[in-house]
Design a protein around this ligand. Structure first.
Ligand code: MN
Ligand code: MN
Length: 464
């Protein structure tokens, strides 16, 4: 054995770098692959916020969670859930410590970028029946042409009947599609800037091409499509005005790579954090502090509305649980901690120039701890304190969780936000932690199974 030089010893003492989990914890590769089998199923049945909410409710009931009832007395170890307008679910496990010593919030969002139908969407043009769309969240429009789409949603019929729609997910279902030009005729389109490759008004969904058999009627193709919608869901054209219909990629979650190291799926932003948060909540059954896992909505359009985090819905719920224990909500918030569990952009070697690699999250290096989000001069950011960063890093390292830091991209390149600022507003120490994602907001996003598994481990550590 040669003796280490002074410089080498000093380097080891003073320097720090983040490693691929496959190097430091090779034994976790199999565990991560196994852990993600259930994750893929979860993704396939949770494509919209309503579906995710209802699926998690079912899982929670199997774990012994009961619907929360205001005014009821609860004790340490009790597990309850609360559903807000079928689009948020809050899971609570009451801890051993009094509420006023603070709770552990973990908040992930279950809405994802997609194409919503316009309120009056149905038309025919030159013998093709179409639905017009209005995109929801930040999408790159050109990515949505020529991929199979599925229709999900809720329609309120005239008589008040609520009908759930899901077409295109079953192997036997038809799918829907947006057309694009063939290369032979796209010389002019090719000169458009990429953000206009497909324009908003060109995101029209093909739903039929057979005419209704009656010489007397006009717009036979539209009528035929309406008839089929009516046969299947009992709806008429007017019912579109009372509907929320979301078009999403009709693709199933899949392993990516010969080594199956990655998951490809639609909507991993942010259902990958929702899944890991829910699994961790199920795992930690006797926490010290009360744990409150919130799956929220509307994050992709700014968290507005009564199912988004800008609303008082969570505050009202916390007031309700405080009443049950005779606690003051403001004391609870003041002593609480929150993980704003949302994805961040993974460094993409193919598009390296938009990242500061030194401050980017890499696939396979674990959940990414994001001190601040925002754009340019941290505008719109929560910017966690040094003390909060200390607490989060400490609980992760105590349980051998691999983690990394990361900014979204180069300082002047763009930006984005999460729900962290809303929890900051509520007087809660908050920081962002989540899974790095390649091709975020694309119809098919990519994550690392090692990152997913270690995010789950991080959430377990936080709850414990
Ligand atoms: Mn997100
Ligand atoms: Mn997003």
């Amino acid at each position: 054995m040669t003796k280490k030089s002074e410089g080498k010893k000093l380097k080891e003492q003073l320097e720090f770098s983040f490693e691929h989990i496959g190097n430091t914890h090779p034994e976790d590769v199999e565990k991560a692959i196994e852990f993600c089998e259930e994750y893929k199923t979860f993704m396939d049945v949770s494509k919209t916020e309503r579906e995710c909410c209802s699926y998690v409710k079912g899982l929670a009931e199997k774990q012994g969670y009961k619907a929360f009832s205001a005014g009821k007395k609860y004790k340490s170890g009790d597990k309850v859930y609360f559903i807000n307008r079928d689009k948020n679910i809050i899971l609570v496990t009451f801890g051993k410590k009094p509420l006023e010593e603070g709770v552990r919030f973990n908040i992930a969002h279950i809405d994802s970028p997609r194409l919503d139908l316009k309120p009056f969407p149905l038309y025919e043009k030159d013998e093709v029946a179409y639905l017009k769309t209005h995109y929801y969240g930040g999408i790159r429009k050109y990515q949505w042409g020529t991929i199979p789409l599925a229709m999900h949603g809720t329609v309120m019929l005239k008589d008040g009947t609520k009908v759930s729609i899901c077409v295109g997910e079953d192997d036997n279902d038809p799918k829907f599609v947006i057309s694009d030009l063939l290369p032979h005729l796209s010389a002019k389109q090719n000169k458009r800037p990429l953000n206009e490759g497909l324009k908003g008004e060109e995101l029209n969904i093909i739903i039929g091409n057979i005419p209704y058999q009656d010489e007397e009627v006009k717009e036979k193709f539209k009528l035929q499509a309406l008839k089929l919608l009516n046969d299947r869901f009992g709806m008429t054209e007017k019912d579109f005005t009372r509907a929320e219909i979301e078009m999403v990629p009709a693709v199933k979650a899949a392993d990516i790579g010969f080594d199956r190291s990655l998951v490809g799926a639609y909507g991993q932003d942010d259902k990958v954090c929702a899944f890991t948060a829910v699994k961790a909540a199920f795992e930690i059954t006797a926490p010290e502090f009360t744990i409150i896992t919130v799956l929220t909505d509307k994050e992709e359009i700014g968290s507005e509305g009564n199912t988004g985090m800008a609303s008082k819905a969570l505050a009202h719920f916390v007031e309700d649980i405080c009443e049950s224990f005779g606690a003051k909500p403001r004391n609870v918030y003041r002593h609480s901690m929150c993980l704003s569990s949302d994805v961040n952009a993974a460094y993409d070697p193919t598009f390296a120039d938009v990242f500061d690699k030194h401050n980017s999250s890499l696939l396979g290096h674990g959940p990414v701890l994001t001190k601040y989000t925002g754009a340019r001069g941290k505008s719109g950011s929560n910017d966690a304190s040094a003390e909060t960063m200390y607490k989060v890093i400490s609980f992760m390292e105590k349980e051998d969780v691999c983690w990394q830091i990361g900014e979204l991209g180069k300082v002047d390149e763009g930006g984005g936000g999460t729900i962290a600022l809303f929890m900051g507003d509520m007087d809660v120490d908050t920081v962002d932690l989540g899974v790095p994602v390649l091709a975020m907001h694309a119809p098919f996003e990519i994550t690392s199974k090692l990152d997913i598994y270690h995010t789950y481990k991080a959430f377990c550590a936080f709850y414990r």
